[in-house]
Design a protein around this ligand. Sequence first.
Ligand code: G6P
Length: 383
Amino acid sequence: MKNKTKNDKLDPKFKHFMLQEIYAQPQAAMEAVTHYLSPENQEKAIAGIALDEKHLRELERVVILASGTSRHAGMVGEFMIERLARLPVDVDFASQYCYRDPLAEPNGLAVLLSQSGTTADTLLALYEAKAKGARTIAICNVEDAPLAREADGVLYTHAGKEIAVAATKSFTAQLTALFALGVHLGHTRRTLTTHETREHLDSLMQLPEKIEAALGCGELTHKCAVSMKDATSFLFLGRDISYPIALEGALKLKETSYIHAEGMPTGEMKHGPNAMVDERMPVVMLLTRNAMDAGSNLRWEKSMVLLEQVAARGVHVNAVACMEDAEAVAKHAAMVFAVPSAPALLLPVLEIIPLQLLAYHIAVLRGVNVDKPRNLSKSVTVE
Ligand code: G6P
């Protein structure tokens, strides 16, 4: 994998690298999907994962270790791997894991996620996992980065060079890689039939087109940003696999706009946050679903009840919903960012798109140097 030079140049169509990278996501996902799925390898999910099948069959546990945005991708990966491969998964902050004297992992797999592959905390977590006997795999965007070199196996995310400090295309590429890894584990461990494996891989192939459609909400996110730019605090809510996307939406806003924002599980609203939310605090709710999936429908219905209650109190709620549900959601939400429907495990990839755009537009309207926010750097090589 080579990070192509053209990613270093700002296309005059875009004002900033962050925006260029947000719009590069369909192409980045296509690149990843093409690498993972060769036509001859339809059943294996991933070409060249470099971990032996016997070990993958004997696995008892997976631990995902990462920092910042990469950890949010890992939290989505937890749902993907548990549901596809029926393996218990834990996700930890890399900076916490390396100091907590974790249990030995003789039949464990540690997945280290990092865009740069140079994050000091994540490298230390890799050494700790190895010391505890786990096999390790790095999911990394930069070829031959230290993390990629030192792990037992590597899965590149193929997103191309990312310049803006706030990760966008590398995040969706990580989600694509984690889904492919989950399918691979499920197939190898026979928790997925050949037919199910094929169906999941077909869904993966349709992802770039769906990301393209999700980018259609660009103008509406700008309009929303104009009306929200002076807010001092935001709350992002997501249920189940959408919860990490609520965290990532909040992080994007904090990093680029310097606005306080929190991500919470939707079901926790009644356990505290309800008290602080009022008309001065905008809420962004993640309300996508896959109508063919009973669990996804149930979660959606519960979240819709909450939307109705919160909106009735005069709170300004914006929502991300599937195109088919946009009208129903718009009865209560101020604005609805519509994305295509997809299998439940892939909806997070679409949900994050409007949140990235919203953070970008708010930052620009507030005059922030969006590609290089203060006090942050793209690669944190010290603890
Ligand atoms: C820094 C950046 C974050 C990034 C994190 C992890 O804190 O500011 O945007 O998510 O590092 O980076 P990595 O390269 O390991 O994914």
